[in-house]
Ligand binder design. Structure first.
Ligand code: AMP
Ligand code: GLY
Length: 426
């Protein structure tokens, strides 16, 4: 088969790496890719939002299967465009990807279908938002969320009324997130442990992926601003069989079934961000794509052929397909550029990359990297994911943390506590 992966992060490198092991593969492309995908796929210079360009490329190159990594092309309707051209593609259509693309849509969907989530109100103008705040019906802290995609930065926790009004101005008047801020949600603040739950769905049936725990805060001890994720381990230390069933029954299956009934068949990855509250798990957000960095430890543990798995979703035959997983642990620690997730510089020379990639048991997944004149340079906030999979989590983490000092670039930082669980939360 001729396969195209869309995206350029660590998630896409992990998908490309796993697909490259498939006996079904003849030729692999990645658009636009990074310095890591370059070694195993042919990188193609087409951006992930150039839907027409990507569809033209897939047509010309007779691509048999396209796999979409990031959310942006999904919300722009890449799946609809490919399907209209008779091209097989893995991911949900535009109307289904609304579940991630519009927090207002997702909230209304959950409310009308009684899927547990935080209480909230929708505001369509700054005046309306301030009216809601002035009623005093929400305790502080509360959360204000921009409706549309805001690169993970659109949910802001507000400690008091002044901050909440300032955030309304920032999002709706100053348009900090552009069109994403035309509407906002004012939402109840949920307390508890945060976790994610990721499944594949073919519209009718779901198959869970192995569980993961992601560390979102930039610095050790969960300090600092939220990032896309500074590292992840698998399996998650929080999910036991009982919780697994509860989340599946009360959230995942109703989501897929109700979406189907509403004419929005859910095909692809359903990534549910949850808060484990005293009243049970509640949905914080839906994503309609693989996690980053969760995919990296998941791909290290997947024993099935990923191409078979993806095709069973696209062709709606997933009940026949059980995914096989290694019983080992796995982990990914992100090496990031100084300043990330805020302003950070790019173009720093990366040392020690090739030597480290040769260490037995270490898999390096590239994210923001670029290769020029035989040298690797940084090209983004999250630069590399240092990954391993061993019998136990502690052996896995030892291997990773022993390897990391071999890599360096100006401003590099990483969390030294990936995989740690607070004692009282075990
Ligand atoms: P979201 O983009 O909706 O996932 O929000 C980003 C982050 O904000 C989440 O990962 C949580 O850490 C936090 N968050 C969002 N909504 C809430 C809420 N209702 N209560 C507490 N924290 C929240
Ligand atoms: N690691 C968080 C995400 O992929 O959304």
């Amino acid at each position: 088969m001729r396969i195209l992966v869309i995206g350029s992060g660590g998630r896409e490198h992990a998908l490309v790496w796993k697909i490259s092991q498939s006996p079904r593969l003849n030729k692999l492309f990645c658009a636009p890719g990074n310095a890591g995908t370059m070694g195993i796929a042919k990188n193609v210079e087409i951006g992930d939002s150039d839907i027409k360009g990507l569809a033209d490329f897939a047509t010309q190159e007779k691509i048999d299967l396209t796999v979409v990594g990031p959310e942006l092309p999904l919300t722009l309707g890449i799946v609809d465009e490919f399907e209209e051209r008779g091209l097989e593609i893995f991911g949900p259509r535009k109307s289904t990807a609304e579940l991630e693309g519009s927090k207002v849509f997702a909230k209304q969907f959950m409310e009308r279908n009684k899927i547990p989530t935080a209480m909230s109100r929708i505001a369509e103008s700054p005046e309306e938002a301030k009216e809601i705040l002035n009623t005093g019906e929400f305790l502080y802290p509360l959360v204000i969320k921009a409706d549309g995609l805001a690169a993970g930065k659109g949910a802001i926790i507000c400690e008091d009324l002044d901050k909440a009004k300032e955030v309304v101005n920032l999002i709706m008047v100053k348009k900090k997130f552009g069109k994403a801020g035309r509407k906002v949600l004012v939402e109840e603040f949920l307390r508890g442990e945060e976790m994610s739950f990721i499944v594949l769905s073919d519209g009718n049936n779901v198959v869970p992926l192995v569980t993961t725990m992601d560390h979102k805060a930039a610095f050790e001890g969960d300090k600092g601003p939220n990032t896309g994720g500074m590292g992840a381990i698998s399996p998650s230390p929080y999910i036991d069989d009982e919780l697994f069933s509860e989340i599946t029954e009360s959230i995942v299956l109703p989501t897929v079934t109700r979406m189907f009934e509403e004419g929005r068949k859910y095909k692809g990855v359903l990534y549910v961000g949850l808060m484990l509250t005293e009243e049970g798990p509640k949905v914080l957000e839906y994503n309609c794509r693989f996690g980053d960095p969760e995919t990296q430890p998941q791909m290290l543990r997947m024993e099935s052929d990923l191409v078979d798995v993806l095709l069973s979703i696209v062709r709606e035959e997933v009940s026949e397909q059980e995914i096989k997983w290694s019983p080992k642990a796995s982990a990914c620690v992100i090496l990031a550029s100084g300043g990330y997730p805020l302003e950070h510089e790019k173009g720093k020379r990366i040392e020690g990359l090739e030597e480290t990639s040769k260490i037995p048991g270490i898999t390096l997944f590239h994210a923001g990297t670029k290769y020029q004149e035989e040298t690797y340079y940084t090209n983004g906030g999250r630069v590399l994911g240092v990954c391993a999979s061993e019998e136990s989590l502690s052996e896995t983490l030892d291997r990773i943390y022993n390897a990391i000092p071999g890599i360096s670039f100006d401003g590099m930082f990483y969390r030294r506590d990936i995989g740690s669980v607070k004692e009282d939360k075990r």
